[in-house]
Design a binder for this molecule. Sequence first.
Ligand code: GLC
Length: 443
Amino acid sequence: MKGLHLAAAAVSVAFTVVANAGDYAPEAWNLEARQKFAEQRFGIFIHWGIYANYAQGEWYLYQGNLDEAAYSRMMYGFCPSKFDAREWARTFRKAGAKYVTITSRHHDGFSLWPTKVDDGYNVSKTPFGRDILGELAEACRAEGLQLNFYYSLMDWHRGDYPPGDVAKKVPVAGRKPDYASYKKFMMDQIAELIDSYHPGNIWFDGEWEHARHQPDGTWRRTLDWEFDDIYDFIHSKKTLVANNNHQPIRAKEDIQLFERDLPGDNSDAGFSKNQPVVNDRPVEQCDVIQDGVWGYKIGEKRFRTAENVVAMAARAAAKGANLLMNIGPDGSGQLPAKAVETMEKVGRWFERNGESIYATYGCSVASGSDVVATRRGSVLYLHFLNPSVDKFSFKLDGEVVSATCLGTGRPVRCERTPSGDAVVTIAREPGDRFDVVARIEVK
Ligand code: GLC
């Protein structure tokens, strides 16, 4: 961007294929899909399964030291009579989300679609009987949302899965580890998922239980997942691959994931420590709206505020990353009321300010915690996140063509100092604690 002095390299949404890709070169469809994904910038994550009935989060089988055979009987009590995919999709679209990623199958091994390739542990065997993923796929299409599928590699139900450090602690009847058999099962399920519902990406999780980072910097791996085969197979179906493994990204992974962490910060509950950020592919940060838990937890009353969700989206975008914000629907099929209320407010912000997030580039002119920046072409967006900060200066070589407050359209004060700095002062409505965006056009 001519005229705008960028202190450090700005993170771009235009990806180039880099050296660490080895001899793998993504095809045109793949680069296009990555680009489209990165431009979406804000998505909703859904963790849902029979664990919603227990209302203790998605790890309840493990954390509650339950007997797997007893836990899985809840399948016969899973009947979310209030599930309305159209209403969910409408809520997500109105919240400003451009995509939805749902747990097709979480660690407990229960499949949310009537899969033909499992051992009878799926939604078709519940009294509900409806194809949850199918209904959601249709509803997302109607609302213009891209649907993606989370898929757990780790499994606490099947006997053929070779358990790692975590799964070992869940006693599974008749366990007889056989990775070839488990891999075939996964590949058949993934084929079915892609062919039936056409997700944008398959989002893996759970590999981490078979990979431990050692003090000498190496990884101790206890299973060869044969990811090359799995990834080639998914790519052959023109679908992107992401793996939430808390490890450095592999050549054939299309999206770099950061769990509960701004890419590279390792600050919150993050796992970034051993994950250098690559800027040659889209980056996505996933996080929770209900404190510390992904699946519905009835006793957890702490929810993020809308102001906080918006600030997270802005911080992620300023790092060139998407934000995937999780909601755990309850056992009746409803989204927690508090989450819906928050999402409505987030949506009202996006309606007026979305231009400063979607399809923007990360920008390093402001990278503190009070103000962050995004940009598109010759427009710079300064996000004032701290309600008690209304002034920000940055180095600018060019001229300011216009400076307005994106939310209100009113002019924003922008003065120049003799040394060339631009000093931007916003006026915040009393009591407004949301991100206030100054839209600065320069030449
Ligand atoms: C962790 C958890 C899991 C959750 C995921 C989302 O890996 O094991 O429950 O689905 O994070 O990022």
